[in-house]
Design a protein around this ligand. Sequence first.
Ligand SMILES: O=C(O)c1cccc(C(=O)CC[C@H]2O[C@@H](n3cnc4c(=O)[nH]cnc43)[C@H](O)[C@@H]2O)c1
Length: 207
Amino acid sequence: MKLLVVAATQKELTKVYEHFDLAEQDFIKTPNFDILITGVGMTTTAFSLGQRLDKSYDLVLNVGIAGSFDKNIPLGGLVNIYKDTFAELGAEDNNNFLTIDELGFGKNTFQSNYEINNLPKVKGITVNKVHGNSKSIETITKRFQPQVESMEGAAVFYACEQLSIPCLQIRSISNYVTPRAKETWEIGLAIKNLNDWVIDFITQKIK
Ligand SMILES: O=C(O)c1cccc(C(=O)CC[C@H]2O[C@@H](n3cnc4c(=O)[nH]cnc43)[C@H](O)[C@@H]2O)c1
């Protein structure tokens, strides 16, 4: 199994780098798995994957922290984002929003096609702008009923679909999507739990 692990920042994979004794670089090849650090957001993700992703990979594992709309998911909890939507891609039509699908230019939602058993499956959206305002949170919740949001997920699903490569997106919840309150974010806990899971997953896969 040739595995590519994709994350936005090296910080989100700190313990993975330490555990496997990896050099602090944004693209690392090892005999058993590769790591790609893309930078934050859809544009950097698309560019990085355009440079590094090829059909030799059997699985892409997209990991990172994320915000949750769903207060039933604990901070530091891991989720399997099985479906992810480009939430801002489309057109305003006065008080309505037309998705890229409705405009006839493609599709806005992409799915994972790799099954694992042990994590809750949730619906995500991918955004350029982290939600941090009551009105916009209410609007986006009504529009797509998302449980979580990130800034890269749908872009990774898109790239994998283009090359027919199985893709799994696992994220650890660092914060709730609320009017911005960074002091309540649990980034350290989320990154620790994510890294423990990634180390375990890689170790199982390369046995
Ligand atoms: O401040 C830090 O110490 C720190 C360490 C590692 C990563 C970060 C980030 O802010 C990474 C940004 C990354 O996180 C995702 N994310 C997290 N929460 C949300 C959210 O509420 N809405 C959207 N995206 C979120 C996102 O995918 C970014 O790539 C900070």
